[in-house]
Design a binder for this molecule. Sequence first.
Ligand SMILES: [Zn+2]
Length: 192
Amino acid sequence: MLLPLFQCLLNGLPLLSSGSAPPIRLRGYIMKDGFELRNSSGKGEGIFATKSFTVGDTVMIGVIKEVLNGNHSHASQVGENKFVLHDGLVTKVNHSCDPNCGVRENETGAHNFVAIKEISVNEEITFDYAMRNYIIDYFPQKCMCGSEGCRGRITGWKDLPDKKKKAYEGFEAPYLLELDAKSSCAKVVGYT
Ligand SMILES: [Zn+2]
């Protein structure tokens, strides 16, 4: 899937009204989509790689479609009380407790997915929802990620063990670290 609006913002060009949009240009590199929507066994839909990625590659570019009034199951948390809806297939990426992608905020405030492991063709693209949401309200059921280190339940950043937070360093939404700092300050001054 291509993102003509994002591309036009980058290039300062008018929106293309018809025909197939050219590849996304990002900081001088031409990026072609390397993913598609497929059925993920036992988990409904998921996003799968159609090319391989190496660590540090931007796998999916986030574009904010809408700012929301509150949280819901497809919302991305981008601040303590701020939720947005991403456009396109970004919303279809499934959670894993041992993900192959992390979150990196881009210049528009949206969340890109960046490879934190080598990703092969046909592998499902996943991220840990805790890398994006401080609290998870909408996934009370058992986690279905099937990874060896599965936490059993999809939890938010707030409930992530320190060891895991450390492992995700640099691949979490920036506001999560601000909230951690705020919460440790509150502890020091005895508010909690
Ligand atoms: Zn899991």
